[in-house]
Design a protein around this ligand. Structure first.
Ligand SMILES: Cc1cc2nc3c(=O)[nH]c(=O)nc-3n(C[C@H](O)[C@H](O)[C@H](O)COP(=O)(O)OP(=O)(O)OC[C@H]3O[C@@H](n4cnc5c(N)ncnc54)[C@H](O)[C@@H]3O)c2cc1C
Length: 399
């Protein structure tokens, strides 16, 4: 039984079949659509470059072909671990031998007045992206609350649609807590160059939006912004309530070991909700990355079938904004030192985050042949010579 029919849920079903499991698989999710990938919802699907069919994890026929009992529009309300049974808002309970939780995340709601304003847009699901896309066709000006990855990608899509954009970000720079000042500045400059009005160091006090064509965003410095629509992108919250009510250990997500087992050996957790022991880092991490949802299921499925595998991949994510495409591998803290190889001005560079002289994370911006070398460098844990690291003439294997 798999709860949550997003990427991680669908990949769990696929991995179980790939590994030869021929028993009953129920894949239950509360969305109307079959499992799809979310990254295009703020990128090519939003800006009209990718069509709807391209976002789905499997084609519609796959579920029947693989004998996966996909139940869409199905809300799981409880897990009875003693009886090994899952309960639904509608319909009969389903018994399980092994259970995989893949309930993902939901958008963090704007905490001030106006969070339910009909005109405030959030972006998580396919219909949200459809609604945003429609809005962008008719809007002249939007305000984005939050300058995180999704906010900045929506800003880029809006500028491509020639909509005026103001981004309100309480931090000193967008992404500064993730990337540090030097690299965050590259993103700020990119958006400013594309005409985005970046308001940093100021928060949003309240939103007034009626779902019509006017919205007002009141900032906490006493000023206000008028727009046709307001998009809120202030992070995500893991959907852990089911796990919590079932008595599983939940702390910043559902705690799992390196084999993705929860505190109950018959229950696994994968994707955005999994706060997983990471052997390479020597600590538990929870990341909201597409690659995790893609790759963790194979390990959970192997272990659900009696194996003993560990999820050891380095965290990885990517983003596309205007002419900038990037990949980020590893896991850095905001105060890790940054070293740059290449030309940030030309948007062709590698950035490395260093701790105790070792590379703990790397980002390739518009350079596409260094991904494996960056992974190797992080994985090796060796102390590097910063002068060599920042010299593009020296192969990364020799720094
Ligand atoms: C707009 C957008 C853009 C993104 N872009 C990137 C990117 O560029 N790069 C990157 O690395 N990551 C990106 N991400 C993050 C990435 O999409 C997530 O990490 C990934 O979707 C996690 O997959 P998941 O299957 O764990 O969870 P989800 O995709 O959230 O799927 C979980 C599913 O479970 C359902 N569910 C929850 N509770 C229940 C219940 N009780 N009963 C039934 N169903 C339930 C949810 O409704 C949902 O359908 C993006 C996310 C968004 C929203």
């Amino acid at each position: 039984m798999i709860i949550g029919a997003g990427l991680a849920g669908a990949k769990t079903a696929e991995a179980l079949r790939d590994k030869g499991f021929d028993g009953h698989i129920v894949l239950a999710g509360d969305e109307a659509d079959r499992p799809y990938e979310r990254p295009p919802l703020s990128k090519d699907y939003l800006n009209g470059k990718a069509d709807r069919d391209s976002v789905f994890v499997h084609d519609a026929a796959w579920y029947a072909e693989q004998d996966v009992d996909l139940r869409t529009d199905t809300v799981v309300t409880a897990i009875d671990r003693a009886a090994k049974r899952v309960e639904f808002a509608d319909g009969d309970p389903v018994a399980y031998d092994k259970l995989v939780l893949a309930t993902g995340s939901r958008p963090r709601e704007f905490p001030g007045a106006g969070r339910d304003a009909a005109g405030a847009y959030y972006l998580r699901r396919l219909p949200d992206s459809d609604r945003l896309r429609e809005m962008l066709k008719g809007a002249n000006r939007i305000v984005l609350v939050g300058g995180g990855w999704i906010g900045l990608e929506v800003a880029a899509a809006a500028r491509a649609a020639e909509v005026a954009v103001t981004v309100v970000e309480p931090g000193e720079l967008p992404l500064i807590t993730i990337l540090g000042r030097e690299v965050a500045q590259v993103f700020a400059d990119l958006h400013t160059r594309h005409g985005v009005d970046l308001r940093t160091g100021v928060g949003v006090d309240r939103i007034e939006a009626d779902g019509g064509s006017t919205a007002t965003v009141y900032l906490d410095d006493g000023t206000s912004l008028e727009a046709d629509a307001v998009v809120v992108g202030i992070g995500a919250i893991p959907n852990v309530e089911l796990a919590e009510r079932a008595g599983l250990t939940v702390e910043n997500g559902v705690e799992v070991d390196a084999g993705l087992r929860t505190s109950d050996p018959d229950v696994f957790a994968v994707g955005d909700i999994a706060n997983a022991e990471n052997p390479a880092l020597g600590r538990r991490i929870r990341v909201e990355h597409w690659a995790n949802a893609l790759n963790q299921p194979a390990v959970a499925a192997a272990n659900a079938l009696g194996g003993d595998e560990r999820y050891e991949r380095q965290p990885y994510f990517y983003s596309d904004q205007y002419e900038l495409g990037m990949e980020y591998t590893g896991y850095a803290d905001a105060d890790d030192r940054v070293a740059i190889r290449g030309d940030t001005g030309k948007l062709e560079f590698l950035a490395f985050w260093l701790r105790d002289g070792r590379v703990v994370a790397g980002m390739n911006v518009n350079i596409w042949d260094q991904g494996d070398a960056i992974k190797e460098l992080i994985g090796s844990g060796r102390v590097v010579d910063t002068a060599r690291l920042t010299d593009p003439a020296i192969p990364l294997s020799e720094v």
